[in-house]
Design a protein around this ligand. Structure first.
Ligand code: G6P
Length: 609
């Protein structure tokens, strides 16, 4: 959700910033801008649309200098336009600000500043910041320090000033992440380390309430109160290559294909297959801490919420502990019943989703232990949780989450087996069987990827649909939600996920030739029941695409198209069903000519409420 980048150093800031911005575009892409101090003047280039538009502007009017800031926007206040694009500057065009997050008291600040004579040129909440800094005296650092005292909300800022032309000020308050990068020939500012990976892998994340002052000489870290902070940078575990498309037409397709590797990396090193044990010492969830857990609450957003819904089935079935699942934005505001005997598990690919962080803080305030399942090392969620179980998916750039989802499922399986063994609700033999099946999953995913072409034809069957209904039962119901979400996110075809048994209570009214049904029907306890629901669709002339087990003989006579799923245990099956659902959405979207990696109105990481 919005991307920030900044640079000060030996290189030419204009081209460097544009290059970094391209790698950040997945965070927001409705408008963009760059600001550089060029020969003592503050120069801005901004445009509506994608970075490509900004690049055209900069080709005509290049920017050169030693320090600058840049931004790619996902609109919250004010529509996408050049005037609303960041950076924003003050009346004297002496300083410029890029901002990620929300300034909640921007209306009252704007009124006060306007009454003092400040003139505004945009509809954004951000623009109050440069004017507020302008209204303060002293160095850019001192004026910023004063100005932030007035701001309410969550924000990450990058600031440059022509009065101190080789300096960059960075500020973080609340959710939006911001890091400083240490390169041999300069210093970077970024909301996401993957943007600066070609230049450096050494980064330092700003904590809440911290400011960094970057100059050609070095980086100084202070708190809002002015106290010096000394913290060394850490090394990002990914290199620039892993964050590229690697020959695939889209990041999403590349990330779907990376799943066998990502799944292996997520369970690798944590499993003793012979002993039937999962080792998760990093969680601190052993002995007394584990014995205290009487109840589990899972909180997450979007695709991670769907992983949580699968997690409920797995945890309840293996650990026999009651599990509740909540959408983080609902949980945080409903005064949840949580106590020291409740374990909160927060799931987030980015570890920066504002609502998930809000939910975690709500749980912690009620003395619940918090465990995070997260993909980004050192993210805010990872830092705030008591224990972290990292998924090793690698950087996920496509806005529609794929490999992050399947690795979250693997992490939940590992966690459930770990807890169930410790609580004695799962025998070593049963654990061994499950773990052996888990070890086979990457090969089974590879087998399905080898048959991906067949899904292109099924995608073609969906491409002209008005709406698509996804049905699943039990542990496959969350997959129906996830399949529908994938399709609507990237193809803009309306889709709904429904528990198959609930179809007769409403959605059945939608069924006709123009509303195909994707039925997730692998063999298992609820197979016969799902089959009956498929019959109900067929009886109303509905078209059915079924995902069914490879040895299912019955299904062929009941569905128009069948994609065959390899066999595995019912609890692990969602990892397999996810893959054809992702590809189905991908091909439908590509055939409709949609921008798969950057679907309209969405952002990869939603750091505002
Ligand atoms: C956004 C993304 C989704 C993602 C959700 C939660 O909406 O577009 O793909 O599932 O945020 O993100 P998180 O990083 O917390 O998993």
């Amino acid at each position: 959700m919005c991307g920030i980048v900044g640079y000060v150093g030996e290189r030419d800031a204009g081209p460097v910033l544009l290059d970094c911005l391209k790698r950040l575009e997945y965070r927001g892409y409705d408008s963009a801008g760059v600001g550089v101090i060029q020969e003592g003047r503050l120069e801005l280039r901004r445009s509506a649309g994608k970075i490509l538009e900004l690049e055209r502007v900069m080709e005509q009017r290049p920017l050169h200098g030693r320090a600058g800031i840049a931004h790619t926007r996902w609109a919250t206040h004010g529509r996408p336009s050049a005037a609303n694009a960041h950076p924003h500057s003050d009346c004297a065009s002496s300083l410029a600000v890029v901002h990620n997050g929300i300034i909640e008291n921007h209306r009252s600040l704007r009124r006060a500043l306007e009454s003092q004579g400040h003139r505004f040129g945009s509809e954004t909440d951000t623009e109050v910041i440069p004017h507020l800094i302008e209204s303060r005296r002293g160095s850019i650092e001192a004026a910023t320090q004063e100005a932030v005292q007035e701001l309410e909300g969550d924000y990450a800022l990058g600031i440059i000033s022509r009065r101190e032309p080789e300096k960059l000020v960075a500020v973080r308050s609340g959710g939006p992440p911001l890091s400083v990068g240490f390169a041999p020939d300069g210093f970077f500012l970024t909301s996401d380390a993957s943007a600066i990976l070609p230049y450096t892998r050494e980064v330092l994340s700003l904590e809440e309430g911290e400011m960094a002052v970057l100059s050609r000489e070095g980086v100084r870290l202070v708190t809002f109160g002015g106290r010096a902070v000394d913290r060394p940078p850490t090394r990002v575990p990914w290199d620039a290559e892993t964050a590229q498309k690697g020959g695939f037409p889209h990041f999403m397709l590349k990330e779907i294909w990376e799943q066998p590797r990502a799944i292996r990396d997520t369970w690798g090193g944590r499993v003793d297959l012979e002993a039937g044990e999962v080792r998760l010492a990093e969680l601190g969830l052993e002995g007394e801490a584990l014995a205290r857990v009487r109840r589990i609450v899972l909180v997450a957003c979007g695709t991670s919420w769907h992983a949580s819904l699968v997690g409920k089935h797995v945890l309840e079935s293996l650990c026999r502990i009651p599990v509740e699942v909540d959408v983080a934005s609902e949980y945080r505001y409903r005064s949840p019943i949580v106590d020291p005997w409740t374990l909160t598990i927060a799931i987030s690919q980015s570890g920066e989703t504002a609502d998930t962080l809000g939910a975690v803080r709500e749980s912690r305030a009620r003395q619940s232990m918090v465990v995070a399942i997260c993909n980004v090392v050192g993210s805010t969620l990872a830092r705030e949780a008591d224990g972290v179980l990292y998924t090793h998916a690698g950087p996920e750039i496509g806005v529609a989450s794929t490999k992050a989802f399947t690795t979250q499922l693997v992490a939940l399986d590992l966690l459930a087996i770990h807890m169930a063994r410790a609580k004695g609700t799962l025998s070593p033999e049963a654990a061994r069987t499950l773990l052996h099946e888990l070890a086979e999953i990457p090969c089974l995913v590879e087998d399905m990827l080898g048959r991906a072409e067949g899904l292109r034809d099924l995608g073609a069957a969906l491409r002209s649909s008005r709406s698509v209904l996804y049905l699943g039962r039990g542990i496959q119901y969350p997959l129906a939600l996830e399949g529908a979400l994938k399709l609507k996110e990237i193809s803009y075809i309306h889709a709904e996920g429904y528990p198959a048994g609930e179809m007769k209570h409403g959605p059945i009214a939608l069924i006709d030739r123009a509303v195909p049904v994707v039925a997730i029907a692998p063999q298992g306890r609820l197979y016969e029941k799902t089959l009956s629901n498929i019959e109900e669709v067929r009886a109303r002339d509905g078209r059915v695409i079924a995902l069914a087990s490879e040895d299912d003989r019955e299904i062929a006579g009941k569905a128009d198209h069948v994609f065959r799923l390899p066999r595995t245990s019912e609890l692990l099956m969602p990892i397999l069903t996810a893959v054809p659902l992702q590809l189905l959405a991908y091909y439908a979207a590509v055939l409709r000519g949609c921008d798969v990696d950057q679907p309209r109105n969405l952002a990869k990481s939603v750091t505002v409420e």
